[in-house]
Design a binder for this molecule. Structure first.
Ligand code: FCB
Length: 423
């Protein structure tokens, strides 16, 4: 993605949201009442979150850092298991904590983008059957009501649930996340269905009480393309994978033909190149492939391909839904500063190209503010704009954080771009 068309640089629109995204369990530390903590303690997960980044206590310094680096927005999740550690019990200390967190964001000019459910749930919720329990939707709706009642007036940008397809895949197919069920695509699709239903209810409840709220769910959208575009069945494999992993959720958040979304919240990381294989579940999803005609491809430490062009494609596709779009996650797991810079530069160019084409893009939230607890990968995957020193927990801004700061402050992407270096 050389920035040919931006020889003079590119100017982002005023009011564009710039910032980072986080999730409570990954940064706060001591998330003891959650299902993840219980699974970590039981030894079923390879890593323990422990104090994570100690963001629970250090949030003010972290928001100072974000602000000092030009951010004007910040995505965070309010941890359900803190707010409701036992069924029906609202923990006033936790509500007070998040009250102060939201005030701290406002005081620094950081627009909060708030997630209600980012993978973790209260331990009691999981023990009663989690998302597959008969009363799961009522429980989540009650939690949503409690948050809306207390914080409604302070939040404009809402994300009900994070990445239904990713949670369902890890929890019920690959089985490396709680509740550690393997190979049950049927249950995975029930969970996705439930999470979409949870979104619809939360959407209505938030709108009933918060005038002007902007509500969405965060959708993990890879760019999916056929291995050999001249082969009908490869094209079919790519289409089926897109239909099941991307479009199905959009279909589930419709009511009377209308999308219950005020914007599209896109988490974009990578592309998948898929080949048809007419056996088993590969029939529906194809298989990932890498053939010589794809040329050299670059992958991060989690084997996700760096493919900035895919963000442009995904943004174009989302724009067809007729709604504004917010990038709610995009990042790279690496310790290589040069690669991280090239990744960021490439994706900023993709944003610029989408805007230049008329996509109503509202902002870009990078995953993540600092290295944090990356679920089953623990602290081995480094996604931070700032490095987190694991011993002292000191945050050290990386070069990519400076690039983002420059663009956020000036509203301009300078033409001195570089492409992702070749492999
Ligand atoms: C996304 C998750 C986020 C983080 C990034 C790397 O799928 O939403 O919590 O783990 O991946």
């Amino acid at each position: 993605m050389a920035g040919q068309e931006f020889a003079e640089g590119f100017r982002f629109p005023p009011g564009f949201l710039w910032g980072a995204a986080t999730a409570a369990h990954q940064v706060e530390g001591d998330n003891r009442a959650s299902d993840w903590w219980a699974a970590e303690e039981s030894g079923r997960l390879p890593h323990r979150s422990g104090r994570a980044c100690d963001h629970l206590r250090r949030y003010e310094a972290d928001f100072d850092l974000a602000r000092a680096f030009g951010h004007n927005a910040h995505r965070l999740s309010l941890e359900w298991s803190r707010l409701e550690p036992e069924p029906g019990l609202r923990d006033e200390a936790a509500f007070g904590h998040y009250e102060r967190v939201l005030e701290a964001l406002r005081a620094r000019g950081l627009e909060p983008v708030v997630t209600l459910h980012h993978f973790t749930a209260p331990r009691w919720f999981a023990e009663r059957g989690g998302w597959l329990a008969a009363d799961a939707l009522d429980r989540f709706a009650a939690h949503c009501d409690a948050v809306v009642e207390r914080f409604g007036s302070q939040i404009r940008w809402w994300i009900t649930v994070n990445e239904p397809t990713v949670l369902a895949k890890h929890g019920w197919v690959t089985g490396d996340w709680p509740p550690f069920v393997r190979g049950r695509w049927d249950l995975a699709f029930r969970v996705i269905h439930r999470l979409c239903a949870a979104h619809r209810r939360a959407y209505r409840r938030i709108h009933a009480r918060v005038p002007g709220a902007l509500v969405s769910f965060a959708h993990s959208i890879p760019w999916i393309e056929p291995c050999d575009p001249s082969r009908t069945f490869d094209r079919l494999a790519a289409r089926l994978r897109t239909a099941f992993l991307v479009d199905w959720c959009f279909g589930r958040v419709r009511e009377a033909g209308r999308l219950l979304l005020d914007y599209v919240a896109v988490n974009y990381y990578t592309r998948s190149i898929v080949r048809w294989r007419p056996r088993g579940r590969a029939l529906l999803f194809g298989v990932d492939c890498h053939e010589p005609h794809h040329g050299p491809r670059l992958f991060d430490d989690l084997d996700q391909e760096l493919w900035p062009e895919g963000l442009l494609q995904v943004l174009r596709r989302c724009a067809r839904l007729g709604l504004p779009v917010l990038v709610t996650e995009n990042g790279i797991a690496t310790t290589d500063d040069g690669l991280r810079l090239a990744h960021l530069r490439g994706h900023l160019e993709a944003l610029a190209r989408a805007l230049a084409e008329g996509v109503e893009l509202r902002g870009y939230l990078h995953w993540s503010l600092m290295d944090n607890f990356e679920w089953a990968k623990g602290t081995t995957a480094r996604f931070g704009l700032a490095a987190t020193d694991l011993a002292t927990l000191e945050r050290r801004p990386r070069p990519a954080m400076r690039l983002l700061a420059e663009v956020a402050r000036t509203g301009r992407l300078a033409p001195t771009g570089s492409e992702v270096p070749s492999a």
